[in-house]
Design a protein around this ligand. Structure first.
Ligand code: RP5
Length: 159
């Protein structure tokens, strides 16, 4: 069973959330992706949250847009760490998603990332960092990934 579960509220979230999948692939971290909507498929959300830990999932990345209740509801159903990705929206630019995810009541945290693709990439890196606490080989791959990113940044801007 892969250690990371990537869930999202809709197929329309996948172009953003596949950025998380891509980075996890780069780091050699197993993952699964599922559409689990808090509003449209609440029973699926309930089963996923109830079963994730027992199936071997160790971190959940949850992306949703608009009235983005998926990450918070997932955090209420599983003791696993939940990382929330606010999806950019046409109507409100993703601030709606951000506010829906970030303002959890005390006791049930969601680690909330930036809006959009940057948030999805960072969610993958955060999940990898959590797993790397007990996986030295992954910790080394994560350091190498970060070093490669640093090395790719030019010192002098060009036209
Ligand atoms: C949310 O509603 C989803 O996470 C998605 O970001 C948003 C819009 O969904 P679609 O109408 O594109 O399916 O539940």
């Amino acid at each position: 069973m892969p250690p990371v579960g990537i869930i999202m509220g809709s197929q329309s979230d996948w172009p953003t959330m596949r950025e998380a999948a891509r980075v996890l692939d780069e780091l050699g971290v197993g993952h699964e992706a599922r559409i689990v909507s808090a509003h449209r498929t609440p029973d699926r959300l309930w089963s996923y949250g109830r079963e994730a830990k027992g199936r071997g999932i160790r971190v959940v990345i949850a992306g949703a847009g608009g009235a983005a209740h998926l990450p918070g509801m997932m955090a209420s159903k599983t003791p696993l760490p939940v990382i929330g990705v606010p999806i950019e929206t046409k109507a409100l630019g993703g601030v709606d998603s951000l506010y829906s995810i970030v303002q959890m009541p005390r006791g049930f945290p969601v680690a909330t990332m930036a809006i959009g693709a940057a948030g999805a990439v960072n969610a993958a890196l955060m999940a990898a960092a959590i797993l790397a606490l007990s996986d030295e080989a992954l910790a080394e791959r994560l350091v190498a990934w970060r070093e490669a990113l640093s090395a790719s940044v030019p010192e002098v801007p060009h036209d």
